[in-house]
Write a protein that binds this ligand. Structure first.
Ligand SMILES: [Cu+2]
Length: 67
């Protein structure tokens, strides 16, 4: 299991975090997403077939591109 923290400048509140958590949950291999609205980060626990690029791509698609 891998754990990656992404910095996402577009996060402005808890709603953003919940949207990201919901959207990433539908990505195969993503096990858990924990967002920190104050720190503007999300930490994703994942395993294959997910990978960091797939997670970054989904974040861009939903309007929260990682820094
Ligand atoms: Cu928000």
């Amino acid at each position: 299991m891998n754990r990656t923290t992404f910095s996402i400048p577009g996060i402005s509140c808890g709603h953003c975090v919940r949207t990201i958590e919901r959207e990433l949950a539908s990505l195969a291999g993503v096990r858990r997403t924990e967002g920190d609205p104050g720190g503007k980060t999300v930490t994703v626990v994942w395993e294959p077939p997910a990978d960091e690029e797939a997670i970054r791509a989904r974040l861009r698609e939903i309007g929260y591109p990682p820094a």
